[in-house]
Design a protein around this ligand. Structure first.
Ligand SMILES: Nc1nc2c(ncn2[C@@H]2O[C@H](COP(=O)(O)OP(=O)(O)OP(=O)(O)O)[C@@H](O)[C@H]2O)c(=O)[nH]1
Ligand SMILES: [Mg+2]
Length: 291
């Protein structure tokens, strides 16, 4: 009999959730950056093995803030937890557990699902897995502990073995060749956002969203896709465009190069920068963007 389960990956911002998802799936499924709150939606990645299938739910970082935008992100985490059969709680072993980690642990208290606490970044010189393990022992003694490095792929086979072991018996949710179920339009927007997060400074990451406008198939089988990059202030628009358009060009070229690996057909991007000072406070926008 085969096994299958939905496993939510949760943890504070930048703990390495999306890096873990990608390492498990063997492909870029979810975007990664050093900037906290890179992930804004639940992103599904599927791992198929002869003995079962695990559907991972990568989630936004669990962050304490009462701002509308952050509350929406926290709702996404709550929903993923409700959907999950198993919870993988990822802890950044290089950081001291502070109020944010305590809030995450408190949210998982009494979750009534098998809980695996994965201590991540053990490859890093600053990692203190014992400190993280002591935190878990104090806050969530029922959790099973494992040490991993998502970046270097350490401990991931063991993590998979544990998850398959905890999964209920049941048929696969997705065909065996699937590793994600994301719509191309969303996936392309995320790749563009990843390049923006990588190349722009401080104020930009949280002020940006990438909005699909349209696309058309060209005669040679390629796709031309247009996106608006929306920012909150004219100064941010300037940063994004760069000197003589150098920044936006770099973002486009790097995105197209990534898309070449992800899609069977070439994708040409048309990027435009637009200013909308209110988007992060606009309910309708947030509804469309974070779900
Ligand atoms: N050294 C080391 N760095 C890691 C590891 N896993 C992730 N990182 C780094 O941590 C940073 C954040 O990684 P992400 O995967 O985007 O983290 P996340 O938890 O998805 O972040 P949010 O989506 O913002 O909540 C990136 O710079 C990663 O390269 C690891 O195992 N070791
Ligand atoms: Mg992420």
């Amino acid at each position: 009999m085969s096994k299958s389960a939905f496993a939510a990956i949760v943890g504070r911002p930048s703990s390495g959730k999306s890096t873990l998802l990608n390492a498990l799936c063997g492909a870029k499924v979810s975007i990664v950056s050093p900037v906290p709150q890179t992930t804004r939606n639940t992103v599904r990645g599927i791992v198929n093995r002869p003995d079962g299938q695990i559907v991972f739910l990568d989630t936004p970082g669990f962050h304490i803030s009462e701002k509308k935008f952050n509350l929406k992100l926290r709702d996404v985490v709550t929903r993923a937890l409700a959907d999950a059969d198993i919870v993988v709680y990822l802890i950044d072993a290089t950081r001291e557990p502070g109020p944010e980690e305590e809030a995450m642990a408190a949210a998982l208290k009494g979750i009534r699902r098998p809980l695996v606490a994965a201590l991540n970044k053990i490859d890093h010189a600053d990692a203190l897995p014992e400190r993280a393990a002591a935190f878990i022992a104090a806050k969530l003694p029922e959790a099973r502990l494992i040490s991993i490095s998502a970046l270097e792929g350490k401990g991931l086979d063991e993590l998979m073995d544990r998850l398959i072991g905890l999964a209920p018996e049941g048929p696969a949710w997705y065909p065996g060749e699937y590793y994600t179920d994301q719509e191309p339009v969303f996936r392309i927007a995320e790749i563009i956002r990843e390049k923006i997060l990588r190349h722009t400074r401080q104020e930009l990451p949280h002020a940006v969203f990438v909005d699909y406008t349209d696309s058309r198939k060209l005669g040679d089988g390629s796709l031309e896709a247009s996106y608006d990059i929306v920012v909150e202030r004219p100064s941010q628009k300037g940063i994004l465009i760069g000197k003589a358009g150098s920044m936006i060009q770099k973002i486009r070229q790097e995105s197209e190069a990534d898309l070449e690996d992800l899609f069977d057909y070439p994708i040409h991007l048309r990027l435009q920068v637009r200013v909308d000072p209110e988007w992060r406070r606009d309910d309708k926008r947030l509804e469309k963007l974070i779900y």
